[in-house]
Design a protein around this ligand. Structure first.
Ligand code: SAM
Length: 257
């Protein structure tokens, strides 16, 4: 294939991907996401390089998902890879003021694993990443293997789709950096809810760049906390007993009738 033909084919893929996202997210969210994307591009670059220099890792860069091999029906709903600001992740963990030894930290859409590396600086019981792009997950595994003397020693990243992932029945801090659109978010919440029904436990969700926070606000089992951090933070506590009201999102999936 000539360079020109390959360039045209990449442009077609990009346009198809953009149109799909526009249809799925709606115009307002699409534009909001674009503005946020441009804003973030100018923020953490130096922080990212400093982080990579310190840990000897590779977490930097922005990678559009159309460049990656992803086997998931939810491919088009995914948001491109871009790492969080490490200082933001530290602040988000510290502001919760919870006994971290009791909690598993899970980054849903963990990419190259930056937040897993940051979380390993804290005494979590376990640190886990869920990522559906094989290339990113492999880089995350490589990054984890480079950690020297982390405080948490049980760190892993798994290749899985957040839409169908079965969450553990442990007290959990869930981190989301705007990884995907509404349908996957709803499916993930339904999965979380059914795990809580089976074995109720504490759950915190830190939702950074919370474009679809309304869905979490309306979940019926999460309470939004008012914390001075640029993210939407939620808590589910077994003592609240809100699981008695079923507010499941009932998604209709084409082909599953
Ligand atoms: C904005 S990046 C966030 C990376 C990382 N969480 C961080 O904060 O540094 C979003 C990530 O979510 C992943 N992703 C999107 N949809 C997903 C899905 N359905 N299941 C698993 N990962 C997904 C993308 O591949 C991408 O790596």
């Amino acid at each position: 294939m000539s360079e020109e033909t390959s360039g045209r084919s990449q442009l077609r893929t990009l346009l198809r991907f953009g149109m799909q996202k526009l249809r799925q997210e709606g115009f307002a969210s699409f534009v909001k996401g674009g503005i946020e994307h441009v804003r973030r591009l100018s923020v953490p670059k130096e922080a990212q390089s400093a982080f990579d220099r310190r840990y000897g890792t590779d977490t930097a860069g922005t990678i559009p998902l159309w460049k990656l091999q992803i086997r998931s029906p939810h491919h088009a709903e995914g948001v491109r890879y871009q790492a969080s600001d490490p200082d933001f992740v530290r602040k988000a963990i510290e502001i919760l003021q919870i006994p971290l030894e009791r909690f598993v930290y899970i980054d849903v859409g963990s990419g190259k694993g930056l937040t897993l590396l940051v979380a390993s600086e804290y005494p979590f019981r376990r640190v886990l990443g869920i990522e559906f792009a094989a290339e990113l997950n492999a880089i995350a595994a490589e990054n984890i293997s480079r950690l020297i003397a982390p405080r948490c020693r049980d760190i892993s990243s798994v290749l899985a789709d957040a839409a169908s992932y079965r969450f553990p029945t442990e007290d959990t801090v869930l981190f989301l950096y705007n990884p995907f659109g509404k349908d996957v978010l709803k499916r993930m919440l339904d999965n979380l809810r059914s795990v809580l029904e089976q074995n109720d436990h504490e759950l915190y969700i830190v939702y950074s760049n919370p474009i679809f926070s309304q869905i979490l606000d309306q979940s019926g089992f999460l309470e939004r906390l008012d914390l001075p951090i640029g993210a939407a933070v939620y808590r589910h506590s077994p003592t609240h007993g809100v699981l008695q009201h079923d507010t499941r999102t009932h998604i209709h999936v084409v082909g599953e009738d």
